[in-house]
Write a protein that binds this ligand. Structure first.
Ligand code: PTJ
Length: 256
């Protein structure tokens, strides 16, 4: 049991959710490695939503509200870390959830769907009757009424191949990835360099605020958005955070 007073309480509890996800057959064992990689980048970012992340989260909210057929892709890590939050976001922007796995097994797909249902998800795309062109792995399998037809897709913790394939299909792809150097981050239309545990509630908050706007005003919000600039800012924020840890500020206990 991790005491609430532990200085790394939130990070350790997040890790526990992933471990529990693996135990429950929802998250892949590879998901543990992905989480570790994410933690390392989150450390460098300062474990907070940076200005560039918040700006991208607002654009993401506007894009999801503008979409005719938005879909939110859910994998094993998302289902373990933010199941209730992703359901809430889907409801706010009126987007169905579609389970889509890289390390796909039908058992894990079923378990994630049941998990989401048990938490109140009503709007799910559950078929896997179509393939994304140009993808050789299991992530190609999609619902013909879901991701295949979507105009805007939110893909938290995606792999680069599918991100590129979705962009090549003409879709607006919103990625959430703590690594601004990943192929996914580099090829998405909108990249949110933030932890999903902060990013998903932030997008919901912005969507709630923007929901009352007319389409033209929403279009004005997204007009001129430059994802390259977002990535440059994210890398700059990491650099500045890193530099703030000067050698003088490090505590090294004296050798007695
Ligand atoms: O459930 P499946 O089978 O679909 O598999 C999901 C994982 C995540 C295991 C699979 O997509 C995978 O192997 O992903 P990668 O290639 O390891 O990429 C994961 C990316 O997400 C890395 O760039 C990590 O830095 C980033 N990441 C990890 N945890 C988080 C994160 N980004 C945001 N929030 C996190 N909590």
């Amino acid at each position: 049991m991790i005491p609430k007073s532990h200085p790394r309480y939130l990070s350790l509890m997040t890790r526990e959710l992933i471990v529990e996800g693996v135990r429950n057959g929802i998250t892949s064992t590879q998901g543990l490695i992905a989480q570790g990689r994410g933690e390392a980048f989150d450390y460098l970012i300062g474990e907070k939503s940076t200005d560039s992340a918040l700006a991208a989260e607002k654009i993401a909210a506007a894009q999801l509200l503008l979409a005719k057929r938005p879909v939110i892709s859910v994998n094993g890590n998302v289902a373990a870390l933010v199941p209730a939050e992703i359901i809430k976001l889907g409801e706010i922007v009126n987007a169905p959830l579609e389970v889509n796995l890289f390390h796909r097994t039908e058992d894990r797909v079923d378990k994630i769907i049941k998990h989401l249902h048990s938490l109140g998800a009503r709007n799910l795309c559950v078929k896997s009757d179509a393939l994304i062109p140009g993808i050789d792995h299991e992530r190609a399998k999609v619902d013909s009424d879901g991701i295949l037809r979507a105009d805007v897709v939110l893909v938290p913790l995606e792999d680069g191949d599918r991100c590129k394939a979705l962009v090549d299909m003409g879709k607006t792809v919103i990625a959430i990835d703590l690594n601004p150097l990943s192929r996914t981050a580099q090829c998405a239309t909108v990249t949110i360099v933030d932890n999903i545990i902060r990013a998903v509630p932030n997008i919901s908050k912005f969507a709630g605020e923007l929901k009352g706007l007319r389409k033209e005003e929403l279009r004005k919000t997204v007009r001129g958005y430059d994802n390259k600039e977002t990535l440059c800012n994210a890398i700059y924020e990491i650099k500045m955070n890193f530099e703030s840890f000067s050698c003088q500020s490090l505590y090294i206990p004296p050798i007695i």
